[in-house]
Design a binder for this molecule. Structure first.
Ligand SMILES: [Zn+2]
Length: 405
């Protein structure tokens, strides 16, 4: 077998295409392969799939970046025929190694997709010596296509979350399928209109918004208003993650205030906020010592731990009774931030209680949040909304990318 046939085989290219020439340049660090079609080959019309009379109108020279051959950048070249179709006119035929209009082969694009799932686009750009904008275009194409193929028919539990970009100056809202643990939609801002944009996206994907029966979100009125307007049939649930967040904020406010008069609290922030299970032995010992002192922070901490127990109670009646006594304790704590947090919980009481029926998995909400944070790091330096969307769907959308034909 000669060199050219070997390359034809290695590239997985079938008749009528074959490799007809190659040039390897050590100095330029690149390998160029020229492909051509056999004389007399017939191509179907790309628009209607009809094989014409085999009439090739003309050809156009095209180049595609392919996977590197060892350290050498590899390019494919071909004259691509345009066929004349009785129905559609003159059309460029599709080649089996690249999608129409792309300057890369399918295998190269697949490599870019796999890399961008694991590292930042900037790093992939450096690795492949391709301009980041070209890589973003590849990602956007495949992500949009895969997103259209996601099956949302079993989407019943919606999670809504906000996150900020550009140091908190711009907000985005994520809408997730909590059971499938996937981000379904990313909206701009955190006003009530963002809920409407999510619902419009659902409808455009042939999903009836009424199939969503549980919405899990933060105690944030614009979202609640949006849900009331556009997802009126769903039960609102305030999940453990968001409610505990409220208490953690109150606890930190108490600590920050107290540390001004009591230096023993300096640098103890994480001891109080972390899950006790995740503390090291040293941290645990220090926390034990602090807890024994007569500190306002220690009291706030006990109230926080007491609230966490609410979610462990299996019997709904007992759970409600427990929450009521917790509320009494918290509002009589004489700790202003804790009292405010307890009042917020009272204001949204129904949603907190709804959790008992819905039993939304807390881990999912936290897991998705951390995935979104990872995605944002991957998009570092490219903060346009379109880039963020693409990368969040790629990292947290559980998309399936079909292998090129
Ligand atoms: Zn046609």
């Amino acid at each position: 077998m000669d060199e050219l046939s070997l390359f034809t085989l290695a590239l997985g290219i079938a008749k009528p295409w074959r490799v007809v020439d190659l040039k390897f340049s050590k100095e330029e660090g690149r390998l160029d392969l020229w492909l051509d079609f056999l004389k007399g080959a017939k191509f179907p019309c790309p628009s209607c799939d009809e094989t014409g009379e085999g009439e090739i109108h003309d050809t156009q020279d095209r180049t595609w970046r392919h996977l590197n051959f060892f350290q050498y950048e590899t390019y494919l070249h071909a004259r691509v025929p345009r066929v004349r179709c009785g129905k559609c006119g003159v059309k460029q035929v599709e080649v089996p190694w690249a999608r129409p209009g792309s300057g890369f082969t399918l295998l190269f694009e697949l490599l870019v997709l796999s890399l961008c799932r694991e590292m930042s686009v900037a790093a992939v750009s450096e690795l492949t010596s391709e301009h980041a904008n070209r890589l973003w275009r590849i990602l956007k194409h495949y992500v949009e296509r895969a997103r259209r193929e996601v099956d949302l028919r079993a989407f019943h539990q919606l999670g809504i979350d906000e996150f900020s970009i550009r140091k908190g100056h711009v907000y985005m809202t994520s809408f997730s399928d909590l059971e499938a643990s996937r981000v379904v939609f990313l909206g701009e801002g955190r006003k009530k209109g963002v809920v409407k944009s999510f619902v419009s996206d659902l409808i455009s994907r042939d999903i009836d918004p009424a199939q969503i029966d549980v919405v899990c979100c933060d105690m944030w009125d614009p979202y609640l208003n949006g849900i009331g307007n556009h997802l009126a049939e769903a039960a609102v649930v305030f999940d453990r993650f968001h409610v505990m967040n409220l208490l953690n904020k109150a606890l930190e406010a108490v600590r920050r205030d107290e540390q001004r008069e009591n230096r023993i609290l300096k640098k103890s922030r994480f001891l109080w906020l972390k899950n006790p299970k995740n503390l090291t032995e040293n941290q645990e010992a220090r926390l034990e010592t602090l807890k024994r002192l007569d500190l306002r922070t220690a009291r706030a901490y006990q109230i926080k731990l007491a609230l966490a127990r609410f979610w462990e109670i299996r019997n709904p009646l007992q759970a409600v009774a427990y929450l009521k006594s917790w509320f009494f304790w918290a509002t009589h704590s004489r700790l202003e931030p804790v009292i405010q947090a307890a009042r917020t919980i009272k204001r949204y009481w129904k949603g907190v209680i709804n959790f008992l029926d819905a039993r939304v998995t807390n881990g999912t909400v936290e897991g998705l949040n951390s995935k979104i944070k990872t995605a944002m790091k991957r998009a570092y330096g490219f903060k346009q909304v379109i880039y963020l969307r693409t990368i969040v769907y790629l990292v947290a959308g559980r998309l399936n990318f079909s292998y090129p034909r």
